[in-house]
Design a protein around this ligand. Structure first.
Ligand code: APR
Length: 236
C-alpha cells in the first residue's frame, strides 16, 4: 500500500538515547520534582524562581546533547517523503529541529511542538513568543510589553496544547499514523491513535516496550528508538 499522508507523534523516548531524561521512568524528570510545583501555571505564580530554574537547567542540558539515529532517520524520511508528513512532538527539546536542519525536508513536511519548546520564551502580557537560549530570571522583564514578564514557552498541565486544530485536521486525513517513544499517559496526544483509526489509517506503535495503549495499534515495533526507527523507516 502506498502511503501518502503521514502523521508521526513522538515523545520522550525518541530523545532518551541522546541523554535527555524521560518523565515516567525510575530516573524520570518527574521523580525529582512535584509536577504541580514546576509544570503548572499555579506553580509558576507561587515560585517563579523555582520554575525558571527547572527550565534553565533543562535548557542548559540541551546544549550538551545531540540528535540520535532515530531523529536522523525521521529527517531522512521527511527529505524524501512524497506527500503530506506532519511530525508532532510532545518533546520540548530541539533535537528534531536540528536533525531536519541538517537534512532539509521535502515541501509537504511540517514539525509541530505541541507542548512548546525549551529554546523559546513567551511574554505573559502580549503572548509574543521569541527565541530564548539563555537563562530566564525569576522576574524576567519582557522586551515586548512594559508590564510583561518572560516565561518558558512550555505548555503546562492545565494549559491547552498548541496547534490542536492543525493536528486533528492532519489525523483525520492520514493513512499512516506512527507513535514513537511515548507512554500514552497524557492526553490529548494519547488519543491521536483513535482519530487515526477513525480515518482508517494504518497505526503503528514504536517503543522500548508495549505501552498501555498498545492494543489500539495495528502493529507494534519494540526496541530502542535508535534501532527500531531506522529499521521501520527503511521498510517504508
Ligand atoms: N527507545 C524507545 N522508547 C523509549 C526509550 C528508548 N530508548 N526509552 C524510553 N522509551 C519509552 C518508554 O518506554 C515510555 O513509554 O518512551 C516512553 C516515555 O514515556 P514518558 O516518560 O511518559 O514521556 P512522554 O510519553 O513523552 O510524556 C508525555 O507528559 O509529562 C508530560 O509534557 C510531558 O510531553 C510529556 C508528556
Amino acid at each position: 500500500m502506498i502511503h501518502k499522508n503521514l502523521v508521526i507523534l513522538t515523545g520522550a523516548g525518541v530523545s532518551a538515547e541522546s541523554g535527555v531524561p524521560t518523565f515516567r521512568a525510575s530516573d524520570g524528570l518527574w521523580e525529582g520534582h512535584r509536577i504541580e510545583a514546576v509544570a503548572t501555571p499555579e506553580g509558576f505564580a507561587a515560585n517563579p524562581a523555582l520554575v525558571q530554574d527547572f527550565y534553565n537547567q533543562r535548557r542548559r542540558h540541551l546544549a550538551t546533547v545531540q540528535p540520535n539515529a532515530a531523529h536522523r532517520a525521521l529527517a531522512d524520511l521527511a527529505a524524501r517523503w512524497d506527500g503530506d508528513f506532519l511530525l508532532v512532538t510532545q518533546n520540548v527539546d530541539d533535537l528534531h529541529d536540528r536533525a531536519h536542519a541538517e537534512t532539509p525536508p521535502a515541501s509537504g513536511f511540517e514539525l509541530i511542538h505541541m507542548h512548546g519548546e525549551l529554546n523559546k520564551a513567551r511574554c505573559t502580557a502580549s503572548g509574543v513568543v521569541c527565541d530564548w537560549t539563555g537563562d530566564l530570571e525569576a522576574e524576567q522583564a519582557s522586551p515586548h510589553h512594559p508590564r510583561g514578564r518572560m516565561r518558558p514557552h512550555i505548555v503546562w498541565f492545565g494549559e491547552m496544547p498548541l496547534a490542536m486544530e492543525r493536528i486533528e485536521a492532519a489525523l483525520e486525513r492520514c493513512d499512516l499514523f506512527v507513535s514513537i517513544g511515548t507512554s500514552g499517559a497524557v492526553y490529548p496526544a494519547a488519543g491521536f491513535v483513535q482519530l487515526a483509526r477513525m480515518a482508517c489509517a494504518r497505526t503503528v506503535e514504536i517503543n522500548l516496550q508495549p505501552t498501555q495503549g498498545a492494543r489500539l495499534f495495528d502493529e507494534g515495533v519494540y526496541g530502542p528508538a535508535t534501532e527500531a526507527v531506522p529499521a521501520f523507516v527503511a521498510d517504508l
